[in-house]
Design a protein around this ligand. Structure first.
Ligand code: SF4
Length: 433
């Protein structure tokens, strides 16, 4: 194993009753075309400002992170890859000794790191490097200053957004116990700070508190959890995290995800109900934001209304986004594919999808592409690798990854979210003219 590539590589830094309920789900197991869970490091390292993500992986992993992060050079990067070399793979070197040496060196040089994640990859899994034992061992040595946790971002175990789920779930057992008799609210999922601040202001105006976020912006500010914790998932891909929080006694508030005017209203309303906020006060508090969102959506609606859209499985945001596009913008979902379908968390979303929507779970990329070719939707949301071939066949595409990297939650981002779908259609319309 070689030392972290730190400078200048930027590697451092089930259902309510409606229509879609009863619809069959096509389950596919075949070749996949999705990023692995390491991708989540790109947004997680920005969110938790004193955390460091050390991927124990190969040059491919380092390369993925570097290209996903874009060409950025950090003075003090907050993610890196400890490269497993061939001799490690051949069992000729003791990877644990080398990992300890790398972590010791890094923490000596970077006392600002308060939370270190050892992130597993395909190579570390193949050689069965036990990163949970490594994290426990290193915690004994460095636990006074730095918490050390581990999770897997490998392509064998995770797709794209599951890396965030694995990371947050790894934090839950170590959260402080909240024994308070007063209920508290926890927003779960890494949101851009600006969006998180908007939600915190709204909850404050509603008189709901205390409100915590998981993850917090600092390792030392992670939320406490206990039987009086009520939590709202901000993202639909956090199944393991939700389960871990429920194991700690917390209760999930069932709601639509906060996309669009209606999704955001429902999400806020679930908290308002749980905290006994008066109906009048709720309506009055959210009215300005809701109106802004509706106005912004009305502006984009003419481009999207009546257009047919297919989603290839990618980010797990597909079902809430399809609901938003169908109910608030008049789009017609043809096929909505998702890597995993968490029926309980998505029950309300599924209930609002039009009855004719074809749902698919998992992926068999060739068969799915054949269906896209047969359906010829106006817009196909897919991964980077599939967009170019589809465009070459005259289909209009949208990169799914943009939907994860852009601020899209809440009232004030509703128009921008709609616009992400409208832009490729406008461009295509112009080219046709
Ligand atoms: Fe590739 Fe696996 Fe590394 Fe992800 S974890 S970059 S899929 S080798």
């Amino acid at each position: 194993m070689t030392a972290p590539l730190s400078t200048p590589l930027p590697t451092a830094p089930q259902l309510g009753r409606t229509e879609c309920d009863a619809a069959p789900v096509l389950r596919e197991r075949g070749q996949r075309e999705v990023f692995c869970g390491l991708t989540g490091i790109i947004w997680l390292h920005r969110k938790i400002q004193d955390a460091f993500f050390l991927v124990v992986g190969s040059r491919t992993c380092a390369h993925l992170l570097q290209s996903a992060a874009g060409v950025m050079v950090f003075a003090e990067p907050r993610f890196a890859t400890a490269i497993i070399e061939e001799r490690d793979l051949a069992g000729m070197a003791d990877c644990n000794d080398e990992l300890d040496r790398i972590v010791d060196q890094m923490l000596l040089r970077r006392p600002d790191i308060k939370l270190l994640f050892l992130v597993g990859s395909c190579p570390s899994e193949v050689i069965k490097l036990d990163l949970s034992r490594a994290a426990a061992r290193l915690s004994v040595k460095h636990g006074g200053t730095t918490r050390i946790l581990n999770y897997s971002g490998s392509g064998i175990e995770t797709t794209f957004t599951e890396g965030e789920d694995a990371c947050l779930a790894a934090m839950v057992p170590g959260l402080a116990a909240d024994a308070s008799a007063k209920p508290s609210l926890m927003i779960v999922g890494a949101l851009p700070d600006v969006v998180e601040d908007q939600f915190l202001r709204l909850f404050d105006a509603l008189g709901i508190g205390p409100v915590h976020t998981l993850p917090a912006r600092r390792a030392g500010a992670m939320p406490p959890v206990g039987p009086n914790t009520r939590f709202l998932l901000a993202q639909p891909f956090l199944g393991e995290t939700a389960r871990a929080l429920e194991d700690r006694g917390a209760t999930r508030l069932d709601a639509l995800f906060p996309f669009g005017a209606e999704g955001t209203t429902d999400w806020l309303h679930a908290a308002a109900q749980a905290f006994g906020v008066d109906a009048m006060q709720f309506r009055r508090t959210i009215a300005p934001g809701r109106e802004r969102a509706k106005r912004a959506l009305a502006h984009v609606r003419p481009v999207l209304e009546g257009r047919r859209i297919s989603f290839l499985p990618d980010s797990q945001l597909e079902i809430p986004l399809a609901r938003f596009l169908a109910t608030e913008l008049g789009m017609i979902p043809v096929e909505v594919g998702t890597p995993y379908l968490h029926r309980r968390h998505l029950a309300r979303e599924l209930a609002l999808l039009p009855a004719a929507t074809r749902l698919s779970e998992g992926q068999d990329v060739d068969r799915q592409l054949d269906r896209v070719r047969a359906d010829r939707p106006d817009l196909t949301v897919c991964g980077l690798g599939l967009a170019n071939p589809l465009e070459a066949e005259g289909l209009t595409t949208k990169w799914a990854i943009e939907l994860v990297f852009s601020p899209v939650h809440g009232f004030d981002q509703a128009g921008d979210l709609a616009d992400l779908f409208a832009r490729p259609l406008r461009r295509r319309d112009l080219l046709r003219v």
